[in-house]
Design a binder for this molecule. Structure first.
Ligand code: SF4
Length: 247
């Protein structure tokens, strides 16, 4: 059936609810995102503020912060990810059921932030798990986190049941949990010390499909350029300008 929004809106005005399986499925998922209750540093205070009455994350259906990864589908990495902590972060992520999403909140989680050149800080959590939405700032305000949540909801809205990795008989995937070696963190599949103390990481980040990647590690500069979700940008341009080209 063609995806005809105009017809759908016209019918809705007449009181006829008209939908597609994908939209209904995505509407249910995006309206009840359950984040995991954990924070790593100062950004977590802003995350807590987003759940308070002033910012009220409940307006977006995401107020049920869960104490167990088994009951959560969103990991908000809020704060500095140290090398001591990253094995626990990856382990928790692996314990979340599919579909699962990650918001990298703040400069520290995204790139190491002000501690980037420290010996003990991971330079981007996306070197270990795929990130769906990045939030800039040190710290980002609660509104920025709410914007990230809305962006994630838009990403979910654009997914098709036939294409998503968790639907059907595909196996759930575990990401390698880094271990401490003689000279720094070692990661399965990466030769030698993957993230050496005092050196630069010897691995590329994971890039999620919503950001133009395939969910695997990639060092393709065209994919890595910026964090703009390309399918979303295209959709926004079409909506605003009525055609498919960015001016
Ligand atoms: S980005 Fe800034 S506010 Fe957030 S954890 Fe790092 S230092 Fe703290």
């Amino acid at each position: 059936m063609p995806d005809d929004r105009e017809t759908q809106l016209a019918l809705e005005k007449q009181g006829v609810l008209f939908t597609q399986l994908n939209r209904f499925y995505n509407w249910g998922r995006k309206s009840a995102i359950w984040p995991m209750a954990f924070g790593l540093a100062c950004c977590a205070i802003e995350m807590m503020a987003a759940a308070s009455s002033r910012y009220d994350i409940a307006r977006f259906g995401a107020e049920l912060f869960r104490a167990s990864p088994r009951q959560a589908d969103l990991m908000i990495v809020a704060g500095t990810v140290t090398k001591k902590m990253v094995p626990q972060v990856v382990r928790l992520y692996n314990q979340m059921p599919e579909p699962r999403y990650v918001i990298s909140m703040g400069a520290c989680a995204t790139s190491g932030g002000p501690f980037r050149d420290g010996y003990n800080v991971v330079r981007g959590v996306d070197l270990y798990i795929p990130v769906d939405v990045y939030v800039p700032g040190c710290p980002p305000r609660p509104e920025a986190l709410l914007h990230a949540l809305i962006t994630l909801q838009q990403q979910i809205d654009n997914q098709a049941i036939r294409e998503v990795r968790w639907y059907g008989d595909r196996e759930a995937r575990d990401f390698p949990v880094p271990i401490f070696g003689k000279h720094g963190l070692e990661v399965e599949g990466i030769e030698g010390t993957a993230d050496p103390v005092g050196g630069i990481p010897r691995m590329a980040p994971y890039v999620s499909p919503a950001l133009g990647g395939s969910g695997e590690r990639t060092s393709n500069p065209q994919v890595l350029e910026g964090n703009v979700p390309k399918p979303l940008m295209q959709a926004a341009v079409e909506e605003v300008f009525g055609h498919g080209k960015a001016e």
